[in-house]
Design a binder for this molecule. Structure first.
Ligand SMILES: Cc1ncc(COP(=O)(O)O)c(C=O)c1O
Length: 392
């Protein structure tokens, strides 16, 4: 990429033929051709170059989805990107493309809990076994590898507790044992870290979050290298996973400002982390802001910045008072998902954290997930200040 990614995100997809700054929204189930020969020509083009504009049916895409794929291929610096109707669809596509009955998967213990449900519970029915490793101890990962291990699935940082891991070490362990790797990169996006360049075989982003950025669309992306292309291409064909052109259009619109939004999310989150670190009831902040900590160093080693999602640990014998704190926040809405322009807060109870082996929470410890939005950070701080008094 000759220009910086900031410039690229503003310039990509200009359509002089239609005199439009943005690629037009093309909705189509039937893709029409002028002759049978023209259909055959497109199909042959696909056989020669599967990355070409080759669709002959709406399920394979239209020029709107193609333009988004093209943009993402550049910012991911990867071989191909698949678009799925949700982020979780991209997780599903990555996993089922590469595992078969009898195989084993190893996953970060603090993984997004639906990913755990998919692998540990659902894929068990297909004789696929899943083990979970401690994200703070790569020896644990090493010890869990067997001859049957086919995939190491990493989420970095982990959900809710936000552990950063030494990614190059994980890739080296996987390569040494001829195991494929996938990273859930929803927190960082390829604006902050490029997983395929780093050596991962597959990388997932929930486009619902920062790509869209406006809390009004769902989508997912799976970036891959050439090694897994045939497997993922086939799985995508047979699962029928497809992003609608309308949603692709909105994601393209959101992604234009990904860089600016992420930088402001980080600025605001840093300011709020510093404020929170001075609060008596806040005993831990899961966000890379404190230099010289191991977590900060691991983040700094791989990321060019941070997003706006963090966790805080509160110490209180009175759980209801912690929930009252969350309820009292006026500028932070309470809801799942994140990555939009707005701030959000959630009390994450044991159910929300999911079945974990390595997150030890005592009865008087509570986790709150905060998404720091693009509001004026001083207003957010004032809001937290008035609400945090509830904690007893
Ligand atoms: C880390 C992570 N991965 C994947 C997903 C799934 O994305 P979606 O909600 O778009 O299906 C989420 C959603 O919260 C997530 O937090």
């Amino acid at each position: 990429m000759a220009n910086s990614v900031k410039t690229f995100l503003k310039q990509a997809g200009k359509d002089y033929q239609n005199q439009s700054v943005n690629p037009p929204l093309i909705r189509a189930s039937t893709i029409i051709f002028k002759s049978m020969q023209a259909i055959k020509k497109t199909q042959k083009k696909y056989q020669r170059n599967p990355l070409s504009k080759n669709f002959d049916y709406g399920r394979k895409g239209t020029s709107t989805t193609y333009e988004l794929q093209k943009l993402l291929r550049k910012i991911e610096n990867c071989y191909q990107v698949y678009l799925t109707p949700t982020g979780f669809g991209a997780v599903f596509l990555a996993v089922i493309s590469v595992v078969r009955p009898g195989d084993e998967i190893i996953i970060t213990d603090s993984v997004y809990s639906p990913t755990r449900l998919l692998t540990e519970d659902y894929l068990k029915n297909f004789n696929i076994k899943t083990k979970f490793y401690d994200p703070k101890n790569l020896n644990d990962l090493k010890q869990k590898i067997t001859k049957k291990t086919k995939l190491i699935f990493v989420e970095n940082p982990g959900s809710n507790t936000f552990e950063f891991q030494d990614l190059k070490k994980i890739i080296a362990i996987a390569k040494k044992n001829k195991i494929l790797t996938a990273l859930d990169n929803t927190w960082g996006t390829p604006y902050l870290i490029k997983p395929i360049e780093l050596g991962f075989d597959m990388s997932i982003v929930s486009a619902t979050k920062y790509y869209s950025g406006h809390s009004d669309v769902m989508g997912g992306t799976l970036a891959i290298n050439k090694k897994v292309f045939k497997k993922v291409e086939l799985s995508q064909k047979v699962t029928g996973l497809r992003l609608s052109p309308d949603d692709a259009y909105l994601i393209m619109r959101g992604i234009r400002t990904l860089d600016i939004r992420l930088e402001k999310h980080q600025q605001n989150a840093l300011k709020i982390s510093k404020f929170l670190s001075k609060q008596k009831s806040v005993v831990d902040i899961f966000y890379p802001f404190k230099k010289n900590t191991n977590q900060y160093k691991l983040w700094k080693k791989y990321y060019s910045g941070a997003s706006g999602l963090m966790g805080i640990k509160i110490l209180s014998k009175n759980k209801n008072s912690v929930i009252r704190f969350v309820n009292r926040l006026k500028l932070f809405a309470h809801g799942y998902s994140w990555g939009g322009f707005e701030s959000l807060a959630l009390y994450q109870d044991k159910l929300a954290l999911g079945k974990r082996s390595f997150t030890k929470l005592h009865n008087n410890e509570h986790i709150i997930r905060l998404h720091i939005g693009l509001e004026d950070p001083n207003d957010l701080i004032a809001d937290i200040k008035q609400a945090i008094k509830s904690i007893k």
